[in-house]
Design a protein around this ligand. Structure first.
Ligand code: HEC
Length: 300
């Protein structure tokens, strides 16, 4: 082979075959690891869909959902137009999980979209009124009497049975508008929330990205491919995390977030599958001694 000389100098070539040369025990462990990361990542993606798909008020995940979460959105103002408020944004995002039924969600969402008129608190579908939904689904965390951290920060009433209009209005009032004709809905992630989510994700995701990359480097995928693909996921993460922050100041960065998400999944998926296949593809060519790329290499 031409790159016989490289065999000893380029670790990407030199250690190719390490995986397949391992005894069955460690290979099983690595396979289980790759499977867990793969499925764990799929579940995380499903979670993104269920948490953010409705952020812009429409079903399905779109670039507008990313806008609503990370950068905020311009919405038309005026008669008949939806009134964006902090509570509407949160209900479509992170608080959606607490709406105990689709009907509860719809009633509260409809009331908020109309600008949360005080009289409307009692008007809903049959027995389900916005007031009831607040009491049944929200007040156990958002009533002052519960003493929770979030109740102090975002109280909806004095106790669990009394939604208070004066308190609610802080969250149901439309966003302040800068230019006529549009209102700007603030990003769903507040700054403290973004800081929390950033540090949680930044400490965890690069760790498994690194682990998968190392296993991938030890596979027999051609060195040129490994050279190109090994660094990609980690570099994409830099763009992804930066995008979360930059989208707050410049909306087009939501496209960076979207592209980063798709690319990261694709390359990570490839690394996982390639490594898993290599683990069970049989012993490396040239016999079991693998570090030198062949039995002869190690002893000469
Ligand atoms: C299990 C407790 C819990 C329940 C139930 C709950 N929330 Fe929340 N809510 C929270 C927490 C915690 C936060 C802070 C999240 C954050 O910082 O992003 C929050 C934040 C909010 C905010 C933003 C407050 C702010 O300061 O900007 C709104 C609005 C909100 N919730 C509305 C609702 C609505 C509407 C419901 C009922 C459908 C609901 N919540 C049910 C715990 C709860």
């Amino acid at each position: 082979m031409d790159d016989e000389g490289m065999t000893h100098t380029n670790p990407l070539t030199r250690y190719a075959g390490v995986l397949a040369g391992l005894p069955a025990g460690p290979r099983l462990m690595l396979t289980a690891f790759l499977a867990l990361i793969g499925f764990g990542y799929l579940i995380a993606v499903a979670n993104i869909f269920s948490h953010h798909a409705n952020a812009d008020g429409n079903d399905g995940l779109s670039i507008d959902d990313l806008r609503a979460v990370y950068s905020g959105m311009d919405v038309p103002a005026g008669a008949g137009a939806e009134v964006p408020s902090r509570m509407l944004t949160m209900l479509r995002g992170e608080m959606r999980q607490y709406a105990s039924s689709e009907a509860h969600f719809t009633v509260l969402e409809g009331w908020l979209a109309k600008g949360a008129p005080e009289a409307g608190l009692e008007q809903g579908e049959g027995k389900i009124t916005p007031r009831r939904v607040l009491i049944l689904d929200c007040m156990r965390c958002h009533a002052l009497s519960t003493g929770t951290e979030i109740a102090k920060q975002a109280p909806f009433g004095p106790d669990e049975f009394t939604p208070d209009s004066a308190m609610l209005v802080r969250f149901t009032a439309p966003a302040k508008s800068k230019s006529p004709g549009v209102v700007r809905a603030a990003p769903q992630y507040t700054l403290p929330r973004l800081i929390l989510i950033s540090h949680q994700h930044m400490l965890a995701i690069p760790m498994f990205t690194l682990a998968v990359a190392i296993v991938f480097m030890l596979s027999r995928v051609p060195a040129r491919w490994k050279n190109a693909l090994t660094p990609l996921p980690m570099i994409i993460l830099v763009f992804d995390f930066s995008g979360w922050w930059l989208a707050r100041v410049a909306e087009p960065f939501v496209y960076v977030i979207a592209a980063a998400g798709g690319l990261f999944s694709a390359v990570l998926g490839f690394q996982i599958i390639a490594a898993a296949v290599d683990l069970w593809r049989g012993p490396p060519r040239g016999g079991p001694g693998m570090l030198g790329g062949g039995a002869g290499g190690a002893t000469s």
